[in-house]
Design a binder for this molecule. Structure first.
Ligand SMILES: Cc1cc2nc3c(=O)[nH]c(=O)nc-3n(C[C@H](O)[C@H](O)[C@H](O)COP(=O)(O)OP(=O)(O)OC[C@H]3O[C@@H](n4cnc5c(N)ncnc54)[C@H](O)[C@@H]3O)c2cc1C
Length: 399
């Protein structure tokens, strides 16, 4: 059976080039239609690749702006930048993720949650999206919004449990985009503003495929919660020390290691990878997600084989990475910066163990994130004013 999302950069690149012609006005006009039977023709379906940076935001913007002006492709570029914005916002408020993760680890067996996840509610549209998510590892943005709204306001289930269901099944499951989007639907992210799914809207944008009519609760009030936590300063990018025996470490948040190699001037001793898809949730993460992440990591290791040097372990175990670093006599391990989420917590425990062995872990942040994240202090409206500069810098660099 052919895979819907082959975990390879070549696949990501060919999807990108096929989508570029549709990324201008066509995208703005068609992006809200949820049409799985037609293969979601109006959206890019690049999210599993962007999430793991088999393809970067920078590359996507560059390809699109090579074809259209920023004003023609504004909507698509903005959507790509939503991802960057959410990452920056959460990076400055990591306790939002920690609170969510705590809540999820205390979740108890609840038959209502189990039947919602199994697509066994009375709402046929909701059931269809639950099954599509489990079967494909993907859902259209509008379907995610409707699904989350029905989960919270019609079924009355905790938003965190729904977000966890997404994290366990979405190939693009992302701590920032997922948690903050669920909070946005619930009315917690923009306090007092929630998203209510309506039958007429579902019917229009599914071209009549679904029409849940009276079953939806359209009168619900937004959820309320504590105010947003104080912002913490962004963690700075690390600095590679010249002259040290260096190994590279990949992880699921960034599988395009070219920028790391540019940061390391001395020859490196080899590369390993730390896998953490199973840390997305205390519950069982789908095999599709584990397969995608593992194979995408393999793809990165293979593509860069010549420059990464001899291959170390590709493993979920920090101990094995430490053993490898010791056996190679490493003095420093250089990795892409891991933003708040499972990879960052894997790196945190690895850092302690490496420290114990006298080896430094250096996380390098990409220029794109360094330039964009400081603008994620407030809402997207303010952030989006920085987009023209962000993408014009990009064009200057490419030239
Ligand atoms: C409840 C809920 C949960 C979500 N969970 C995730 C998640 O775990 N991971 C994730 O990547 N996105 C998430 N999103 C955002 C969005 O739904 C997906 O990024 C998008 O549907 C991916 O499909 P695409 O690649 O075809 O998008 P396109 O419309 O083709 O957009 C191109 C790219 O822009 C980015 N993007 C588009 N819309 C958004 C958005 N609203 N927020 C952030 N980035 C966006 C994605 O990287 C996407 O690949 C969630 C949205 C909601 C409402």
């Amino acid at each position: 059976m052919s895979e819907l999302f082959p975990p390879k950069r070549l696949e990501a690149l060919s999807r990108l080039s096929a989508f570029v012609p549709k990324s201008g006005r066509d995208y703005a006009a068609g992006r809200n239609y949820d049409l799985p039977d037609q293969g979601h023709p109006h959206v890019s379906q690049l999210s599993p690749y962007l999430r793991h940076r088999l393809l970067t935001e920078e590359e996507v913007c560059e390809a699109v702006l090579g074809r259209y002006s920023l004003s023609t492709a504004e909507k698509f570029i903005q959507e790509v930048c939503w991802r960057t914005y959410w990452k920056g916002w959460l990076e400055m408020r990591p306790s939002v993720w920690a609170d969510y993760a705590n809540f999820v680890s205390g979740l108890e067996h609840d038959p209502k949650i189990i039947s919602a996840e199994a697509g066994e509610t009375e709402i046929e549209a909701f059931n269809a999206w639950a099954l599509e998510l489990v079967e494909t590892g993907y859902l259209h943005n509008h379907a995610r919004m409707w699904f989350a709204s029905i989960w919270i306001f019609t079924l009355g289930l905790p938003w965190q449990a729904g977000a966890d269901f997404f994290m366990r099944h979405l190939l693009d499951g992302d701590p920032a985009s997922n948690t903050l989007s669920w909070r946005w639907v619930a009315g917690l992210q923009t306090p007092g503003k929630h998203y209510i799914a309506r039958s007429s809207n579902i019917s229009k944008y599914t071209e009549g495929r679904h029409n849940p009519e009276w079953r939806l609760n359209t009168q619900a009030e937004p959820l309320s919660g504590p105010p947003h936590p104080e912002r913490r300063p962004l963690r700075p990018s690390g600095e590679v020390q010249a002259g040290l025996r260096t190994g590279l470490l990949l992880h699921e948040d960034d599988l395009a290691p070219g920028f790391l190699l540019d940061a390391v001037t001395d020859p490196t001793v080899g590369a390993a990878a730390l896998l953490s898809p199973d840390r997305r949730s205390p519950g069982p993460v789908s095999e599709k997600v584990s397969h995608f992440v593992t194979q995408a990591t393999e793809d990165a290791m293979t593509r860069w084989q010549d420059r990464l040097g001899p291959r170390g372990p590709v493993t979920a175990s920090a101990e094995q990475i430490v053993d490898w670093a010791r056996a190679e006599g490493l003095e420093q391990v250089v990795a892409p910066y891991a933003p708040v989420g499972p990879a960052a917590s894997s790196l945190r425990s690895l850092r302690k163990q490496l420290d114990g062995a006298g080896i430094t872990l250096v996380e390098i942040c990409r220029d794109w994130d360094i330039a964009a994240w400081p603008h994620a202090t407030h809402g997207f409206f303010r952030f989006k004013k920085a987009i023209p500069d962000l993408v014009s810098n990009l064009a200057r660099k490419a030239a």
